[in-house]
Design a protein around this ligand. Structure first.
Ligand SMILES: Cc1ncc(COP(=O)(O)O)c(C=O)c1O
Length: 386
């Protein structure tokens, strides 16, 4: 289906709401029925009806249809956060005694889901680097039921061979799940490589304005029905109709925003790579990236997030550089209009905690919608702090 058609028309039954161009926010918890037969039919098939907004709501339904189409999937489920989407996708496919393979250093709360929460329920795990197909194959056990991928990973940008992972999971009856947020549905469609469930935190590019926390999973109708009937309905991690409408508005400009952050991100990365006070830039679409060939095979763009290693001797040097930045805001997250920075130096020397696995001079940037020259000037100015 044409991208413009998905973003402008798909799922929008305008004759049902006075031919309004923008879908209404159907702010209701429940729905009325004209007779017992239709009431009974809704109970028997809650997914196919509007019975109660913890299940289906017409505003969130429009969003579901659009994101499923963006990921070339049969269906999707939207959630009140990305972590809820990932947790429900994983939990629905494991039980006590099962084993999960997960890439090392995934998003921190995905790591905690696997290493802490699921362990409490008797689900074991193995973390793999994800960059070596043999290592992935060797980690498979008879009781392995789920493989969690994150490609690229949003800090190290390591990528996994999606075709290989899709095939090996199919061969062993393992459900493959990927966090595809970094690439967005415009630059990578993992279902086309045989991955079963694709997850996004909508809080990043899909919404794109840093004002909604939400998540989504896409997959077959059968898989979405299964998750709906289990974790989705029992845990209730839903997105409100109001937030769904906000995301629908953000989604209209997804291709424009992605193209802008992709180009600007590469321009800033190239500037940094040529700078004498930078040791390394880690960006999947730079030729210097370790897995550059695989990145080109799987991804048609990269968005605006990447990391670099500052040529700094001390944590104080890194902090002085970052504190000099005025146009990159110190904040978590990414994918909105505004450029952001996280120095890993802030996670060092915290009492009672181990230092992170990343070097102290690693800095993650998110290049937003500003003019790249305006951002480069800011970096140039900050380098004088060194
Ligand atoms: C790669 C990645 N996955 C998942 C999440 C979690 O999403 P949410 O904050 O919407 O729960 C984040 C949040 O920062 C993220 O960066």
């Amino acid at each position: 289906m044409d991208l413009s058609d998905i973003l402008t028309h798909l799922g929008e039954e305008r004759s049902q709401y006075f031919n309004a161009i923008s879908p209404p926010i159907i702010q209701t918890s429940n729905f009325a029925f004209k007779d017992t037969a239709s009431f009974r039919a809704a109970f028997l098939d809650e997914r196919g009806h509007h019975l109660y907004s913890r299940g289906n709501n017409p505003t969130t339904e429009i969003l579901r249809k659009k994101i499923a189409a963006l990921e070339k999937a049969e269906d999707s489920l939207v959630f009140g956060s990305g972590v809820a989407a990932m947790a429900c996708a994983v939990m629905s496919n494991v039980q006590a005694g099962d084993h999960i393979i997960c890439v090392e250093n995934p998003y921190s709360w995905t790591h905690k889901l696997v290493s802490k929460l699921l362990l409490k329920f008797g689900v074991d795990h193995t973390f793999v680097s994800g960059t070596d197909n043999q290592e992935i194959a060797d980690a498979i056990r008879p009781e392995t039921r789920v493989m969690i991928l994150e490609s690229p990973n949003s800090i190290t940008f390591k990528i996994q061979d999606l075709k290989f992972c899709g095939e090996i999971c199919r061969a062993h009856g393992i459900t493959s799940i990927i966090d595809n947020t970094f690439a967005s549905p415009l630059y990578q469609n993992p279902h086309t490589w045989g991955i079963d469930i694709v997850m996004h935190t909508i809080s990043k590019y899909l919404n794109g304005h840093s004002d909604v926390v939400a998540g989504v999973i896409t997959g077959t109708q059968k898989m979405m029905d299964k998750i709906f009937a289990s974790e989705f309905m029992t845990l209730g991690p839903i997105l409100s109709p109001h937030d769904a409408a906000m995301v629908l508005r953000g989604l209209r400009t997804l291709p424009l925003r992605m193209e802008r952050v992709h180009r600007s991100g590469l321009a800033v990365a190239q500037y940094l790579e040529a700078h004498a006070k930078v040791t390394q830039v880690i960006h999947p679409l730079l030729p210097s990236f370790d897995q550059h060939d695989l990145a080109l095979q799987q991804m048609s763009g990269a968005g605006g997030v990447f990391s670099f290693l500052l040529k700094a001797q001390t944590i104080e040097d890194v902090n002085a550089f970052v504190d000099r930045l005025e146009r990159f805001t110190l904040a978590v997250s990414w994918g909105g209009h505004e450029s952001l920075v996280i120095p890993f130096s802030i996670f060092y020397n915290i009492e009672g905690r181990e230092n992170p696995a990343y070097p102290f001079n690693l800095i993650r940037l998110y290049v937003g919608l500003e003019d790249p020259d305006y951002l480069i000037q800011d970096l140039e100015n900050a380098f004088t702090a060194l």
